[in-house]
Design a protein around this ligand. Structure first.
Ligand code: 3PY
Ligand code: MG
Length: 271
């Protein structure tokens, strides 16, 4: 398999192929602003890796080298942008994001602006300047091909977003809704409750999943662990984060320490 074949196999087309078959895609989440970490995450078998510019440590300065490393590992990357303004979204796509996750989308107007920022006219309002295209040996792809390669996911994670859910989901150019369950619970008055301990939060999450499925859009969910990801895949979500690089590392450190510091077994020869 050539590098190019690998990119195609693990590009947004891979996600779309899973979704056409109504199968879940599983993602890793990167909060560490490090191209080596990004490369390691991207080299694994996950369907995509999301670089978090909203709450992760990476800034727009680290993004080019992180996305470059992920592409070198054969993965077309995802980026959660810092905010929903079109300039921020256009920078992420120019830098090579294949999936853009847009936070705090509260209305159909927000959703339409996010979708427009991901695509060139006449469909959208993205300004021409695909940096990644200039770096490629064969130059920038034509506008329609670039448009087809971008997945636009808007985050519903506020009360206003829930109230506008049907209009957001119906917005042309929006490929799906990715739920931030922490902000959703906070914004809807449930504090730090989760679907595990608050039936109303559970019902809110299911409502978003059902609205997406009814409109033939992708329902995505930020999940804090494997159990949550598997649970919501079973309830219809089709893009699920599984683990964050910081928590993977923290757990590995704790596991290594508990293994090395375990008390010797009484009666064993070296006890
Ligand atoms: C949320 O849960 O609000 C998120 O945005 C996850 O990062
Ligand atoms: Mg959030």
């Amino acid at each position: 398999m050539t590098q190019t074949d690998g990119l195609v196999a693990r590009s947004s087309e891979r996600l779309r192929a899973l979704w056409r078959e109504d199968r879940p895609a599983f993602a890793l989440w990167s909060c560490l602003a490090d191209p080596v970490v990004a490369e390691m995450l991207a080299a694994g078998p996950f369907d995509t890796v999301v670089v978090d510019l909203q709450h992760g440590l990476a800034t727009p300065s680290e993004l080019p080298s992180m996305l470059q490393a992920m592409r070198a590992a054969g993965l077309a990357p995802a980026v959660r942008v810092a905010w929903k303004d079109p300039a921020t979204i256009m920078r992420a796509v120019d830098t090579g994001a294949s999936v853009v996750v847009v936070p705090m989308v509260d209305s159909a107007a927000d959703a339409a602006a996010a979708a427009a920022a991901c695509r060139f006219p006449p469909t959208g309002s993205r300004s021409w300047g695909p940096m990644w295209g200039d770096v490629r040996a064969d130059g920038a792809l034509p506008p329609a091909e670039q448009d087809a390669g971008v997945v636009c996911l808007v985050m519903v994670e506020t009360r206003a977003g829930v109230d506008a859910l049907d209009a957001i989901v119906a917005t042309p150019g929006v490929d799906g809704v990715f739920v931030g369950p922490n902000d959703l619970a906070l914004g809807c008055g449930y504090g730090r409750s989760t679907y595990r301990d608050e039936p109303e939060v559970d019902a809110l999450l299911q409502r978003v999943v059902d609205a997406c499925r009814a409109a033939d859009k992708v329902a995505g969910l930020f999940c804090s662990d494997v159990e949550m990801a598997r649970h919501w895949a079973g309830r219809g979500a089709r893009l699920l984060s599984v683990a964050v690089d910081t928590s993977l590392l923290r757990r590995a450190v704790a596991d290594a320490w508990s293994a090395v510091s375990a008390p010797p077994i009484a009666g064993a020869p070296d006890a």
